[in-house]
Design a protein around this ligand. Structure first.
Ligand SMILES: Cc1cc2nc3c(=O)[nH]c(=O)nc-3n(C[C@H](O)[C@H](O)[C@H](O)COP(=O)(O)OP(=O)(O)OC[C@H]3O[C@@H](n4cnc5c(N)ncnc54)[C@H](O)[C@@H]3O)c2cc1C
Length: 532
């Protein structure tokens, strides 16, 4: 079922805030990361009245700072968590069907060397073969393609800078890659198109209710400056690393004990490593591996997994963490001569892991937990980007039972982003768009890959003037019309919303988008006179 177009702007945000004051919703969700967005879509598609508040921008938390893999997870296979792997692989196939541009298949190389130390998953070919066969088996008949062994020369053809000394060959298996922040905004848009009232820059400051049951959220509108009360029959806390803090807003002693773990990524120019596939490499001095991932014309390397006790609002990347990642990459790709000067950008995200009994954070379960407190507040914590749809389905099943509604999730059939365009049709769609709208083919391809079926909406804006077809940054394919689209249809309110999440210019450009920030601000100013 393709999605209808819907406006999602500061105008619709203002209408959402008005509705918050007037209506009592079936469901109110705190948190606009992938978890909250997924729940909003699932519930709205079942016909529930839904409100969602996000204190900063959608996806500004962990959901824009992941490794961007839609995957079963070899790590979880190593931990023998077969149920999680199977569930994630089924979800990978579903997302690939409903939003192919947000879940595109990518090959992953697992190098095998004579020495176990340099092989990211050990040097036993038999053990790896068994593991990857199991991975294929768990993916079932909707697997992307079965894994295979490739000889040393073919591996070096795909990843020319890979250390060739002692290399016996590589296993090649497949998973999918996404743009996490765009996935969130597309799910939010799909929810809003089905009637969900959503607002970014709207923070939950308090929880209250009657007879000890939470039924109202005190919301602060961080753009308009007003305070309002949002009433709902069921309230969900989908605030990830902030879940303990938000659960405590009711005054009740929160039973949620989180142990945040930080993961960082480093972004390098793609020509530095020049691999056409993702590569698994050992993390120096650790019993774990890092992914080296070709992403949006750059190479992203990560991630780490360390206990974090700092400011949740602003997890920083430490120099020693960058050094650790770069040293690992330099050892795996010695001819690439990687140095800190190559770094384009870095980012850090927090895993909201539920505290266990000590031990390393990498040992803690990635499975989500749904906690129903005595006050009726439902908190959903942990999980993965990949399994957001299933997590949402399970959560809304609980909500529907509480509301006495019988309903089933429909999200497995809801196409995101204005209708799914299969990957095999991207090139042809881009070629036709380039001719019809008289734009460069590279720009057309970028728009199809970034916006799926909505690429035409961006191009229709661009057709208003030649200026709107202009690139924002010299060596990136993003154009001015995207700023207008983000303000009109994706509730972008600040320059950072556009540079960091509606597009990923902040991660892809060496100056993080400073050179085009004034132009972005001017374009947003025309669209959003109420705040500029
Ligand atoms: C380094 C790293 C790599 C990862 N890689 C992958 C991967 O490759 N694949 C995968 O499937 N998963 C991956 N994950 C896991 C995945 O990213 C997370 O499970 C997921 O993004 C969590 O989403 P969330 O919505 O629960 O939390 P968040 O995205 O953090 O969203 C919570 C939101 O709540 C908001 N909020 C907080 N307090 C309030 C308040 N008072 N009022 C209103 N809003 C509030 C925050 O601003 C935030 O936007 C990774 C995680 C990390 C840390």
């Amino acid at each position: 079922m393709p999605l209808e177009q819907s406006e999602l702007s500061l105008g619709s945000r203002a209408r959402s805030l008005d509705l918050f004051e007037r209506e009592t919703f079936d469901l109110a969700i705190i948190g606009g990361g992938i978890t909250g967005a997924g729940i909003a879509l699932d519930a709205a598609a079942r016909g529930l009245s839904v409100a969602l508040v996000e204190k900063r921008d959608f996806a500004s938390g962990t959901s824009s700072r992941s490794s961007k893999l839609i995957h079963g997870g070899l790590r979880y296979l190593e931990q023998m968590d077969f149920r999680l792997v199977r569930e994630a692989l089924v979800e990978r196939a579903t997302l690939n069907r409903v939003a192919p541009h947000l879940s595109s298949p990518l090959g992953f190389l697992v190098p095998v060397y004579g020495s176990g130390k340099r092989s990211p998953l050990g040097s036993s070919r038999l053990k790896l073969k068994l593991g990857l066969s199991l991975y294929d088996l768990l993916a079932g008949r909707r697997n992307i393609a079965p894994h295979r062994w490739i000889a040393r020369d073919e591996a070096l053809h795909i990843a020319p800078a890979l250390d060739s000394e002692g290399l016996r060959g590589c296993f090649l298996y497949y998973d999918c890659l996404t743009d996490d922040a765009r996935l969130v905004i597309e799910v939010i848009k799909a929810a809003a198109a089905r009637g969900a009232a959503v607002a970014n820059y709207a923070a939950a400051r308090g929880l209250s209710g009657e007879s000890g049951r939470v039924s109202a959220i005190a919301v602060e509108d961080l753009i308009g400056g007003r305070s309002l009360s949002l009433r709902a029959r069921v309230v969900i806390n989908a605030t990830g690393a902030w879940a303990g803090e938000v659960a405590g807003l009711s005054g009740e002693d929160s039973t949620i004990r989180l142990r945040p773990s930080k993961g960082i990524h480093v972004v390098l120019p793609s020509e530095k490593i020049g691999s056409r596939a993702a590569v698994l490499i050992p993390s120096l001095g650790e019993q774990r591996f890092l992914f080296v991932i070709p992403w949006l014309g750059r190479t992203m390397i990560g991630t780490t997994d360390t206990d974090y006790a700092g400011d949740i609002d602003d997890p920083r990347v430490e120099d020693r963490e960058i050094e650790q990642v770069l040293k690992s990459a330099a050892r795996a790709f010695p001819d690439a001569r990687i140095s800190t000067d190559d770094v384009i950008s870095v980012f850090a995200g927090l895993r909201p892991l539920v505290a266990g009994n000590g031990g390393a954070t990498s040992e803690l379960s990635r499975k989500e937990e749904i906690i129903e407190s005595d006050s009726g507040l439902i908190s959903i914590i942990g999980g993965k980007l990949t399994t957001y749809r299933k997590m949402a389905e399970q959560t809304v099943d609980i909500v529907a039972r509480r509301l006495g509604r019988s309903s089933r999730s429909a999200t497995g059939e809801i196409e995101l982003a204005g209708g799914a365009i299969p990957e095999r049709e991207w090139k042809e769609a881009a070629r036709r768009a380039a001719t019809e709208f008289r734009i460069e083919s590279g720009i057309a391809e970028h728009l199809v890959r970034s916006y799926g079926g909505n690429y035409r909406a961006v191009l229709e804006i661009a057709s208003a003037s030649e200026e709107l077809k202009a690139r924002l940054v010299e060596d990136l394919p993003h154009i001015e019309a995207e700023v207008v689209y983000a303000a009109r249809s994706e509730m972008a309110a600040t320059v950072e919303d556009f540079l960091a999440r509606r597009t990923r210019i902040a991660l892809l450009a060496r100056d993080h988008g400073r050179s085009c920030a004034a132009r972005v601000a001017a374009l947003m100013g025309c669209e959003l006179p109420q705040i500029y």
